[in-house]
Design a protein around this ligand. Sequence first.
Ligand SMILES: *[C@@H]1O[C@H](CO)[C@@H](O)[C@H](O)[C@H]1NC(C)=O
Ligand SMILES: *[C@@H]1O[C@H](CO)[C@@H](O)[C@H](O)[C@H]1NC(C)=O
Ligand SMILES: *[C@@H]1O[C@H](CO)[C@@H](O)[C@H](O)[C@H]1NC(C)=O
Ligand SMILES: *[C@@H]1O[C@H](CO)[C@@H](O)[C@H](O)[C@H]1NC(C)=O
Length: 672
Amino acid sequence: MVRLQLSLAIQLLCLAQSLVIGQDTTYNYGFDVSTRVKRQLARRQVVRTGGEIHVRQEIRELEKDQDMWSLYILGLSMLQFTPQSSPTSWYGIAGIHGAPFQTWGGVGPSGSVQYGYCAHSSVLFPTWHRPYMVLYEQVLHNLIQTIATFWPDDERPRFEDAARRFRIPYWDWAASPPTGQSVLPLSVGGSPFIDVDGPNGVQRIANPLFSYAFKPLNASAFSRSPWNFWSHTLRGPTDGGPNAQSNNSQVAQSLDLNRVSISQRLYALFSHNNDYKSFGNSAWRPESGNASYDSLESLHDTVHYLSGGGGASAQGQNGHMSYIPYSAFDPIFFLHHCMVDRIFALWQTLHPETWVTPTPAAWPTYTYRRGQVQDASSELTPFFSHENGTFWTSDGVRDFTRFGYTYAELADDPAGNGRTQARVKQSINRLYGTNSPANLFLGALQPQSIEASRKMANVEIDKGNLFRTALLRKILNGDEYREWTVNVRVDKQALDGPFSIHFFLGEPPLEPEAWTSDPNHVGTMGVFAHHHSPGQGMPGVRRRDDDEVDEGVFVSGAVPLTAALMKKIAEGELASLQPRDVDPYLKKTLDKRVLGPYGRTWGLECARVLRMSIVSSVVRAPYSEDELPQWEGEEVHYEDGDGGDGEGSDGEESDGEEDGGHEWKRLKRDVC
Ligand SMILES: *[C@@H]1O[C@H](CO)[C@@H](O)[C@H](O)[C@H]1NC(C)=O
Ligand SMILES: *[C@@H]1O[C@H](CO)[C@@H](O)[C@H](O)[C@H]1NC(C)=O
Ligand SMILES: *[C@@H]1O[C@H](CO)[C@@H](O)[C@H](O)[C@H]1NC(C)=O
Ligand SMILES: *[C@@H]1O[C@H](CO)[C@@H](O)[C@H](O)[C@H]1NC(C)=O
């Protein structure tokens, strides 16, 4: 089934790819548009509040609204064709995030000039990206209001209405895509051009969701190869040369093959990351304990990494999305970050009590030094809240509805019965819980009252077919089950650029391009990184004298194993999810590989994998879709792949008596 969907998506994408890349054209309105578009004249571009509240939709939903879709495509195209010198052009807005490391709105520098303004591995990660998305939304919204007025009188009111309701869409990379489709929407990766039905008729233009073409590329602003000769953004580039093309079918495939892992991570984040600091950002902090390895940022990193190509092309070259300084130029960036904001908003609704607490930044920005303490009133530079130069703060953006947007799950409850939390949980269960044992449990319950269900659960779980019942008993223990996870802690800047750690239940293929599609592949932890000082250093080799990051920036993440183990149970290879069965099974079969920049595989030591631990938690299943699973304390089974007894050797002197340990030692001996 999954394979079928995949091959269809790949076919469609390949078809699109075989068509000749059109010229970089925008819509011809039949008159000089520049005279009709109001340019932002204010000295400071303010991120405004107020206005009607409308829903930010999933991109596939938005596409169903033909009028709004036309406006969206025309607006994006117009934004991409706005002169790059304008701070509110595509180039200007994308440039806030990373390269070209220029001052925006006259703000800074007061941190490190080799970094953009974006906050990573910082308590400001979720909140900084919020006004960033709103700035983009408001600039796009303005253009769209103007475009709507270009339709003839009889159609104009319809388009003006759609324009008023327009809010930026998000891209749900964790939910199961519609049958026959890839996680990567065809509108985004299917074709370099698009037929748009605008006020001057249907025209074929460059697809503004496929790529952004620099107008022109300023090679000195992107001093490292190949960024200094790639004239447009690329995903899964075919090579690192000047004629590289995007391979969106490769990106679609990696995303599809990692989706189960990604949705399990998201479901777990919603179910058991209850504290803002550990939920929000990837920085690893010793005081946070064992339950805080995964985070919204770490999951977001993996999607960045895979969207850029995931190192899976023949030369292992990644596209713009995989690199922090270039990612925001790719149009998929804003779809991805709108999803990140949505996750944050849903999570906030479930956890209204926890918020930003003072924490030193683990990563520098254009305006913050590494180590500087950030709190709820730190300025989210360069996003102005007032013309007088005041900036937004985390406290200021906590209530996002003040910016005129919301998400479907949070839109006003018509009955006003205060069941928003229940609706959010229902949506989380339906969209992201499908690969969890919790879903099996829910599916086995009859639609009865919660109390009746509770009584029933311990006695009889399923009246369905025998195989299913037997399978359920191996996975569920009454209303409980075990979640298995690999926790990883690593240095974000260990290699000169983004890299990934892949996990397998069994021996992986030799060639990295074959890893993700291997039947034993469990999941990928993608590390979204900077490369070191622009223009310096050998590609792929860490520069020891990079003072900003030399001490290491330790980030953590997690790769869930439960769905893969359930598959092995169904296949008869594993008896249950209990430690007596899983512990020896993982010691025997769990394997891992590191893929660095430029397709190079690395020893785990080089990737500064300081700790990898196999943990499990007993989880109590929900009795209705209005509840989420409840995680109990975490149990560490073994660490660092030492195959030992869980004492947590640091891995340097691993005894390697188990197969897993043997593999670990071999990797560690690799020369960096
Ligand atoms: C190109 O980039 C360089 C280096 O960032 C900058 O100094 C220069 O002003 C840019 N040129 C243009 C035309 O923007
Ligand atoms: C694009 O990726 C697909 C799937 O990984 C692969 O089969 C195909 O050969 C790639 N195309 C090019 C032109 O590299
Ligand atoms: C984390 O796990 C280790 C190994 O089991 C344990 O020694 C330590 O106390 C745990 N830390 C916290 C904060 O729970
Ligand atoms: C800027 O204006 C806002 C709103 O009028 C006000 O609250 C704030 O104190 C002003 N800040 C400065 C620095 O003048």
